[in-house]
Design a protein around this ligand. Sequence first.
Ligand SMILES: [Fe+2]
Ligand SMILES: [Fe+2]
Length: 295
Amino acid sequence: MTTIKIVEKNNPIDIASQESSQLKLLAKSHNLEIMEQIIFKDKMFIVYPADTENLFEFFYIISGSIQSEILRTTLCQGDSFHFNALVEVTHFKALSDTRILYVINDSIFHLLSDEIKTLYEMMNSIEKKDAYTKKHCQRVQQYAYKIAVELKLDNETIESIQFAALFHDLGKIKIPDDILNKPEALSEKEYAIIKEHPKYSRDIITKLYFRDIEKIVLQHHERIDGSGYPNQLIGDDICIEAAIIAVADSYDAITSDRPYRSGLSKEIAVSELIKFKGTHYRNDVVDAFLNILLS
Ligand SMILES: [Fe+2]
Ligand SMILES: [Fe+2]
């Protein structure tokens, strides 16, 4: 079934605001982003060199005009320009508020997105509440990325995994500090409160334009034998992205210092993953991670 996705003028998928410009994400697909960029009058518009060989960027001036002193040219409404792996920084100055249609065969919007900036700010505030979670999420992101690459997943899936891994425990911001940092074993009631955090993480990132991120964070404590939470999903009902984060997450939780115990060794963590391979964790994900850890 084909679904037409309409993006209304005043309601883009996401916005990135900067002092000199505003960028609106209009569409995103595999390795393709289409944006509208507004460069404010008298501000510089800078196109930076590509860091990948096959990068292609296209700019079409919808209204307004921009001038390049180096190129000795002024570009107006209807003009366009494009770069294939640009090698030098190119500056333009907006002679009036200028609207540009910007198309790129890469994923760059998340680097600028207002929504994602807000999530990073939340990550910083979570660090004050619970010193462990931010660094834990960063490590889980690194492990999950390596597993995804080892499993040869496509770039879009790898990108989703990286964001989901980084924000998977953001929902802990809603868990009371005394439960999060409790040095003794948690009561059943307290553990039930902790178990709510995947839903809170999902609720926080629910507006993000990255497909499937919500599902991934919601499922990161599910286990393939149905013993996980919050929905006791079984087997392939758990998405591969969440199954990867589950392994990375467990490994990091075992090897890190926690309020109730010191971090355990890499060997113990590996033996735990092997012990629960095929019951808690997917075989292929554990095997991929063991390849990385033991290489
Ligand atoms: Fe978690
Ligand atoms: Fe976690």
